[in-house]
Design a protein around this ligand. Structure first.
Ligand SMILES: Cc1cc2nc3c(=O)[nH]c(=O)nc-3n(C[C@H](O)[C@H](O)[C@H](O)COP(=O)(O)OP(=O)(O)OC[C@H]3O[C@@H](n4cnc5c(N)ncnc54)[C@H](O)[C@@H]3O)c2cc1C
Length: 445
């Protein structure tokens, strides 16, 4: 018997899954697999990395769901090339289906696997699933990718409305009813074993994962609540689930469209940064605006350490960093502030902060993280002008006036144990302006 293989990556769900739908609809039998990629896992510093644990738990759930359907999930560990070479020996494969991933490493990996499969005349068929619009789908009239958010978002919304289904829904938000073809999963005895975390060199993490359920009330009130980090339900906390595809972006965008335009806008930011990464992969490691790579960063290691630990003496910055270290989450408002503080007040290279977030955030996503950091540093596509420097004190007054968030995370705040500010705000502001100006003027000279 020849199998179609469906390869799960950023799409750990059975429902409303584009390439899985294509595989099942084509007739099957469909064997579902996941590969714990040794290349990625080896790069992680923390042996208790919560994201690995999260994936592991979600795979157990997926496997259970597939077993209930009389099938199974094959989970493998290794380098993708080696794993696929083995799969080609173990299974008679007709076609391979997967959803597209736009990160540079993933693109390279997928090209190599496509080549390997091609040698056996097996096609690798891919679909868009992770975003609403990918790469150049939302393009400027004069052609080429957008690099500024507002015109991009207008065009994004216009495109969404440009094609409707018979039911009046946007064509681009249609769900894929995989359940209609579930008889096409390969019939399997259900005896595949998922490699244990320990066998891959990891251990369970101590962190709690946010729920994937989106309460309508939260989204309806999003505008009123989203800027206040003390409110646990002020934002959706779905970042982790979007990242690993444990929820469908189309389903959430449909809801957002009905319930709250501001929430939909946030999902457009996600698409925006994904297309920036896909169209300008140089942003990994380089400033989008090259002249920003001439900035003379101070890169003081002690100050960086104080920032990481939440000991800068600026309470909102410190609360954010401590929340991140304790939970793997940080509120967006505070992410903007701590990122700005690192680059502008401390003049530490945005790439240091980006790497720290990449290690700690449960919802870490290369495209959005890079976009957020370059925005804060001023070096990015749609960046805040460099002379706009957040004042940590004014941010505190605006967004945590009652100090609820600060007191939750910085227990010693207000006591003698709390550190003095690492740098004086006005002085840091002037120093930043002078440093940026001198780097940016080099080009004009
Ligand atoms: C320096 C910095 C780094 C960031 N790193 C990441 C990251 O690694 N991964 C990540 O998903 N987001 C990142 N963001 C964006 C944003 O902070 C998070 O998406 C958001 O805080 C996640 O919480 P939530 O799910 O409650 O968001 P909500 O406010 O409920 O928003 C819903 C969803 O919209 C998307 N979204 C919201 N804001 C943005 C944004 N500015 N850019 C892109 N997508 C957005 C996310 O998928 C989010 O889950 C970063 C922002 C900054 C300033």
């Amino acid at each position: 018997m020849k199998y179609s293989i469906f390869w799960h990556r950023r799409d750990l769900r059975l429902n409303d899954n584009a390439a899985l739908y294509q595989a099942l609809k084509a007739g099957g039998p469909v064997l579902s697999i996941f590969i714990f990629d040794q290349n990625i896992l080896e790069d992680l510093n923390n042996r208790q990395d919560a994201r690995v644990d999260f994936i592991h738990q979600e795979l157990q759930r997926l496997q259970k769901e597939l077993r209930e359907l009389g099938s199974d999930l094959l989970v493998l560990y290794g380098r993708p090339q080696a794993v696929w070479t083995q799969l080609l020996q173990d299974w008679s494969i007709e076609k391979v289906y997967t959803n597209r991933d736009y990160e540079p490493y993933a693109k390279k990996r997928d090209a190599a696997i496509a080549e390997l499969l091609q040698k056996e005349n097996i096609p690798l068929l891919t679909k868009k699933d992770h975003v609403i619009f990918e790469e150049l789908e939302v393009e400027k009239k004069t052609s080429g990718p957008y690099t500024v958010f507002t015109p991009y978002s207008k065009q994004w919304k216009a495109k969404l409305d440009s094609k409707k289904t018979a039911a009046g829904e946007s064509f681009y938000l249609q769900s894929y009813p995989n359940e209609n073809y579930q008889q096409n999963y390969a019939s399997l005895p259900g005896n595949f074993e998922i490699p244990s975390l320990e066998s891959m060199g990891f251990a369970p993490s101590q962190l709690n994962f946010p729920s994937r359920l989106l309460k309508q009330k939260r989204i309806k009130k999003y505008e009123e609540t989203r800027n206040f980090p003390a409110l646990e339900e002020g934002t959706s906390r779905l970042g982790l689930h979007f990242r690993f595809g444990t929820i469908s972006i189309r389903e959430k965008a449909r809801k957002a469209r009905k319930l709250n335009a501001t929430y939909l806008n946030e999902l457009i930011w996600r698409d925006f940064y994904a297309q920036i990464l896909a169209n300008f992969p140089k942003v990994v490691g380089q400033s989008f605006r090259p002249q920003y790579d001439q900035i003379e960063w101070r890169n003081n290691e002690e100050e960086f350490e104080a920032w990481c630990q939440g000991k800068t003496g600026y309470p909102l910055v410190d609360a954010g960093m401590r929340e991140l270290n304790a939970t793997g989450y940080m509120h967006n408002r505070v992410r903007m502030l701590v990122a700005s503080f690192l680059c502008k007040h401390l003049l530490i290279d945005w790439r240091w902060g980006e790497a720290y977030f990449a290690e700690k955030l449960l919802d870490f996503d290369l495209a959005s993280n890079n976009g957020g950091w370059q925005w804060a540093a001023g070096s990015g596509t749609d960046a805040a002008p460099y002379f706009r420097i957040f004042s940590p004190e004014s941010q505190l007054k605006k967004f945590d006036a009652e100090l609820k968030y600060v007191k939750k995370w910085v227990k010693e705040y207000g006591s003698r144990r709390y550190p003095q500010p690492i740098v004086e705000h006005k002085f840091a502001r002037q120093r930043c302006l002078a440093t940026y100006k001198s780097a940016l003027n080099q080009d004009n000279a």
